[in-house]
Write a protein that binds this ligand. Structure first.
Ligand SMILES: Cc1cc2nc3c(=O)[nH]c(=O)nc-3n(C[C@H](O)[C@H](O)[C@H](O)COP(=O)(O)O)c2cc1C
Length: 168
């Protein structure tokens, strides 16, 4: 079985997942590992692991375009998002990302976890809290931000390895 890992990762979280997949499956059968721009040979693989960072509830544009170009492939989608804690949230994002695939592809598995965000986001939340002192929703966003700083963590990577090995 050959495989490809194609990912978009602006700040490195999703790249960690991509590397974990390759570590788990070994380099021998990996025919392509890289970003969507580097992925010419990926479509020849038996299974394509496509990784995305969540950009406004969807995958980023270049990964979406890559998915739109796939036909008749087995695809495993993986990604990271700043907001964690609820699989239902991840599922909504995954449904949108699946929307980039034509119906002749088969999604053989999915995995998502939380990923840390840049400090500028926390600064923005802090500014919002200053404007609205005590606002529970904003406090929750700051708490989420702080939790995200730990992710992807070892437990996330282990869960990814397990999900991948169940699919294969
Ligand atoms: C412009 C922008 C938009 C984002 N939109 C979302 C979003 O809609 N939902 C979410 O949960 N996280 C969102 N995030 C957070 C990132 O998806 C998250 O930090 C991710 O782990 C980044 O992955 P990377 O390090 O592979 O780039 C956004 C981040 C940026 C910079």
């Amino acid at each position: 079985m050959t495989y490809a890992v194609v990912y978009a990762s602006a700040t490195g979280n999703t790249k960690l997942l991509a590397e974990e997949i390759r570590k788990g499956l070994g380099e021998e059968e990996c025919i392509c590992f890289g970003t969507a721009e580097e992925a010419e040979t990926a479509a020849e693989a038996d299974i394509i692991f496509a990784g995305f960072w969540t950009d406004k509830g969807n995958c980023s544009g270049e990964l979406g375009q890559f998915l739109e170009g796939l036909h008749g492939r087995k695809v495993f989608l993986f990604g990271t998002a700043g907001f964690g804690g609820a699989q239902s949230y991840f599922d909504q994002i995954l449904e949108r990302v699946k929307g980039h695939l034509t119906a002749d592809n088969e999604v053989v598995g999915t995995y998502m976890c939380q990923g840390k965000m840049s400090q500028s986001v926390r600064k923005r939340y802090e500014g919002m809290l200053e404007q609205n002192p005590g606002d529970e929703r904003i406090k929750g966003m700051i708490e989420n931000f702080d939790r995200a700083l730990q992710h992807p963590d070892e437990a996330d990577l282990k869960a990814l390895r397990e999900t991948v090995s169940r699919v294969l």
